[in-house]
Design a protein. Structure first.
Length: 464
């Protein structure tokens, strides 16, 4: 592993992000009556894509927006330019990750896709609402403006083909509603809201959400770790794994995710109760067992469309052994064009032979061969036995290499450490399939009680 590349600068990265930031700042005050500083931000975006096929279109859009007369097509062009720049940052960083790990990348296939284009009218309504948001700016939002998303989301939700756009729009509108009125905001999440606005706007275009039909795979799945992501009203577990095809071709990195709505009273280890019945892979990952897949659908990006009927639990496997023997030869998945964003980077890696240092803010850092890599212990879920203390005393770490706040960071999924003079492996997802651990068992029981009470109350409401 090329540890020296963790901190080496990436050519052009700062310039691309600077142009994105300039445009994002223009959205804060809105594009209805742009000021000179906002016009400069729009010009910076246009300059950044000069020499590309977008150049003329974006230059015209930036001029119109600076004059306060941008139409829908102009705002779409600006969103496309911003997405292209973030995509270029993503590509540069994934190339750097490939240089660090030395792993090959999969080739992109271009299979035919369906020409079905659902909900043209409701997508146009969503696009109009998003354009109104850009004109008002984040400081100009109010409850009346934000409420305009509700009928659009309601019209989208019954159509499964529009569920992706509806979910994004609903979540974005909820964030904005919680921040109204925008004029009183002390702090605006500039990058995040610009990301959500850009993505939502482009997903309203014909063909933007079109995806190729998944292929199928047969072979052995070797889990590496579980990334648990929790929101106030939802939870998702994503299992990262190595897949060995039955035909003996090159192994590949894949993912399988399961999500569920949740009440805010269910936290910690209780989250697994919401997810466990929906995917047998969680139990296998928690118990460190392989799974045998037979005709499991998989997307070109390495996401398994999980079907319990196409999988059966196999023999015990050691994720660290998998990482040491197979991970270096597994191909990294590709990323679809609209998903190319630095925040999407989450690459499984194995680090060994490091020493742990602690920075002034208390954040641990792995020092390897004279080079340093920050460790993001804030991403360690409380729904498992892995702790920052275990990471600090570890000698090997299996984790996800991410890009955050201008640097590479490591999110631990599992570590090898010493407990009572014995070498043990501690996994963040060890409680995914159930646990006899005292702390985990107590948390599970508390969650069971909470869920039972909520179900009883819901039943009474339905009977009333």
């Amino acid at each position: 592993m090329r540890t020296d590349l963790f901190t080496d600068p990436v050519d052009g990265l700062d310039e691309a992000l600077s142009a994105v930031d300039a445009f994002d700042r223009a959205l804060v005050s809105g594009l209805l009556r742009p000021q000179p500083e906002q016009a400069a931000g729009l010009a910076a975006l246009a300059t950044a894509v000069a020499g590309t096929p977008l150049a003329a279109l974006v230059a015209e859009a930036a001029d119109k927006a600076a004059a306060g007369s941008a139409g829908e097509d102009h705002l779409v062009a600006l969103a496309a330019a911003r997405t292209a720049l973030m995509g270029s940052v993503h590509d540069a960083l994934t190339e750097r990750v490939a240089d660090i790990t030395g792993r090959p990348r999969a080739e992109r296939n271009t299979p035919e896709t369906t020409a079905d284009e659902p909900g043209a009218n409701v997508l146009a309504a969503a696009r109009a609402w998003l354009c109104d948001l850009a004109r008002a700016g984040w400081q100009g939002i109010d409850h009346d403006l934000v409420a305009g998303a509700a009928p659009v989301v309601s019209a989208m939700l019954p159509d499964l083909r529009l569920r992706r756009q509806a979910t994004l729009l609903d979540g974005f509108a909820a964030e904005l509603a919680a921040s109204c009125p925008g004029a009183t905001l002390d702090r605006v999440p500039v990058r995040r809201w610009a990301d959500l606005w850009t993505r939502a706007l482009l997903l309203t275009l014909p063909g933007a959400a079109r995806t190729p039909a998944p292929s199928t795979v047969t072979g052995r799945l070797l889990p590496l770790g579980v990334d648990l992501q929790e929101h106030a009203t939802a939870v998702q577990a994503q299992v990262h794994a190595v897949f060995e095809p039955a035909d003996g071709t090159q192994p590949r990195l894949v993912r399988a995710a399961v999500s569920a709505p949740k009440p805010d009273t269910v936290v910690g280890a209780g989250l697994w109760q919401l997810l466990r019945p929906r995917m047998s892979l969680l139990a296998a990952a928690g118990e460190c067992r392989a799974m045998e897949l037979d005709g499991m659908p998989v997307t070109d990006e390495g996401d398994l469309v999980w079907d319990d009927g196409r999988a059966r639990t196999g023999e015990p496997v050691d994720p660290f052994g998998t990482a040491r023997v197979i991970l270096a030869t597994a191909t990294d998945p590709v990323t679809v064009p609209l998903d190319r964003h630095p925040a999407r980077i989450a690459v499984p890696v194995l680090l060994e032979g490091y020493t742990v240092e602690v920075e002034g803010d208390g954040r641990p850092v792995f020092a390897l061969a004279g080079h340093r890599l920050a460790v993001d212990t804030d991403r360690i879920p409380t729904a498992g036995p892995l702790t920052p203390e275990a990471v600090a005393s570890s000698g090997a770490c299996l984790g996800l290499l991410r890009w955050d706040a201008g640097e590479f960071v490591l999110q631990p999924l599992a570590v090898e450490t010493t407990v009572r003079k014995k070498a043990v492996a501690v996994h963040a997802g060890a409680w995914a399939g159930g646990t006899t651990d005292k702390a985990g068992a107590r948390a599970e029981k508390a969650a069971t009680d909470s869920v039972a009470v909520l179900r009883e109350r819901a039943g009474k409401l339905l009977r009333a």
